[in-house]
Write a protein that binds this ligand. Structure first.
Ligand code: AQP
Length: 321
């Protein structure tokens, strides 16, 4: 088995881009590996100044991840901020991270371009992420393609550290599944909270159905054949449908006489069915907030043990201990 690390920010409501890009691959690694999965609430703080909302969303992410199948008996599941050791490692790593390395990060440049406030936390985000990964001696990090560059920054920092201080840190590898590397949103761009183009994992009622109906398609007329392989609706359908169901819908695209409204309805039905069991588990968990809190506390205690060992080695190596 390998040491796997995976994190998700609590900056908003989890969407199916998070689910298929990161959560599902992470969940499928639980058996036979040594998994550390956490809620990145320090990271969320770079974008979320409302304390009540940050607390609420952190709890919601915990519930949603558990509902989606995280097994807290085998996986160490915790809140990032419950293991404050990560902040000391962040500082130490900061002292060997060139500013230019961070200035080149697309995610930071994107956020600036979209008018977000350039606080230092946002700039230093990849160093905190490196600390998360390195603190737990992670070997594999399942992520969507948007995080590829940040993983390279982590590797770069780890290698710099080891070159300077000796072989202390484990240099991790990104695990990116090509078929789910970039899940498209309603507008066909990467699904992302900050693009406001998301489909929530646990969306409800009319508003969520309306979102499906708003997915952008080309304007091929109803009666003409359509290309499933360039269609956002079909791309999302493929994530949830069996091979037979995919073949069937593909056939209908190619045959013509099927409007996009029909494909969207098929996608919406599939989504409702796919997430139904998780929705049920989520309902049960929402009734037991103390159980969720206990899981996180227990996870934090287990995570802290590893964190303290790594930090001790690091402090020794750099001359702080
Ligand atoms: N569209 C996506 N396709 C594939 N993977 C995705 N991930 C996010 N969007 C997609 C993956 O989800 C994991 C957790 O993401 P995060 O908590 O870092 O959130 P994010 O990437 O910041 O999500 P957003 O919605 O894109 O937020 P903003 O707009 O704030 O940047 C990561 O592994 C990510 O790759």
């Amino acid at each position: 088995g390998k040491r796997i690390l995976s994190g998700v920010q609590s900056s908003g409501t989890l969407h199916i881009g998070n689910y298929f890009g990161m959560m599902r691959p992470s969940l499928s690694l639980q058996e036979g590996n040594d998994c550390y999965y956490f809620i990145a609430n320090y990271h969320a703080l770079t974008q979320l100044p409302d304390p009540a909302l940050l607390r609420q969303r952190t709890f919601d992410v915990a519930v949603d991840f558990l509902a989606c199948g995280l097994n807290p008996d085998t996986t160490v599941f915790f809140r990032q901020s419950d293991v404050t050791e990560v902040q000391e490692l962040t500082w130490i790593l900061s002292c060997l991270t060139p500013v230019g390395l961070l200035e080149r990060c697309h995610s930071y440049k994107d956020k600036l371009a979209r008018g977000m406030e350039a606080n230092h936390g946002l700039f230093a985000y990849p160093v905190l992420m490196a600390a998360d990964i390195l603190l737990y001696n992670s070997q594999l990090v399942p992520v969507g393609k948007d995080q590829k560059q940040h993983l390279e920054v982590t590797r770069d920092i780890a290698i710099r550290f080891n070159n300077r201080y000796g072989d202390i840190l484990t240099v991790p590898e990104a695990m990116i599944q090509e078929d789910v590397a970039v899940i498209p949103g309603l507008d066909g761009q990467k699904m992302s909270k900050s693009y406001d183009n998301t489909i929530e994992i646990f969306g409800e009622g009319k508003p969520i159905r309306q979102k499906f109906m708003k997915i952008i398609t080309d304007s091929t007329p109803m009666e003409e054949p359509k290309n499933p392989d360039t269609c956002n609706v079909f791309a999302l359908y493929k994530l949830m449908a069996t091979p037979e169901e995919q073949a069937e819908l593909r056939q209908r695209y190619l045959a013509g006489n099927m409007g996009y409204g029909h494909a969207k309805q098929a996608l919406f039905d599939k989504y409702s069915e796919f997430f139904a069991p998780m929705r049920e588990r989520r309902k049960q968990l929402l009734e037991k907030p103390q159980l969720v809190e206990d899981v996180l506390q227990d996870g934090a205690a287990r995570a802290r043990k590893v964190a303290q060992q790594t930090l001790q080695r690091v402090r020794q190596a750099v001359g702080l201990a």
